[in-house]
Design a binder for this molecule. Structure first.
Ligand code: CA2
Length: 145
């Protein structure tokens, strides 16, 4: 089982600012937790982050034919990106949207998601624990239990 965990803009700042919203862990901490949990469950985790929309699109395309699932925190591009919507539509494996915060409890511009209509499930509001919650569910969701 191979899973791409794709993170969008500014998530490289995790743990350095806005801890009340995003917590104290760095993205490196979260990546290490995901790798460790993935190893326990026999899941190969490809954990990536980019501040560039086109790079995120290329990684979604790379997942086509190579990954069993995509977990995506598209960050601010969640609320703006038709390109990410189109790319996700072309990927036919399991797709899960992830947010550290709960966007619907925040500013109105975060209430629209271009990702939600093209994914199977969404996890939001569990802080950085959301990454582990999803990984724990993957064997069941992928029918490998
Ligand atoms: O809650 C989430 O995971 C978000 O996807 C995070 C995005 C935001 O635009 C979405 O509405 C919700 C922002 C990521 C920025 O991350 C930072 C982390 C630490 C410090 C500054 C920004």
């Amino acid at each position: 089982m191979k899973v791409f965990i794709i993170n969008g803009p500014n998530l490289n700042l995790l743990g350095t600012r806005e801890p009340a919203i995003y917590g104290h862990k760095t993205l490196e901490d979260v990546a290490a937790e995901c790798q460790a949990l993935g190893a326990e469950l026999g899941i190969e985790i490809e954990f990536r982050q980019s501040n560039f929309e086109g790079q995120l699109v290329e990684w979604i395309q790379e997942a086509i034919g190579t990954a069993d699932a995509i977990v995506i925190n598209a960050a601010a591009y969640t609320h703006t990106s038709v390109a990410i919507y189109d790319a996700l539509k072309s990927y036919h494996g399991l797709k899960i949207e992830l947010h550290i915060s709960h966007p619907h409890l925040r500013e109105p511009f975060r209430h629209t998601s271009y990702v939600s209509p093209v994914v199977h499930a969404m996890v939001a509001g569990f802080g950085t624990n959301g990454y582990s919650l999803i990984i724990e569910m993957l064997p069941q969701l992928l029918g490998k239990t």
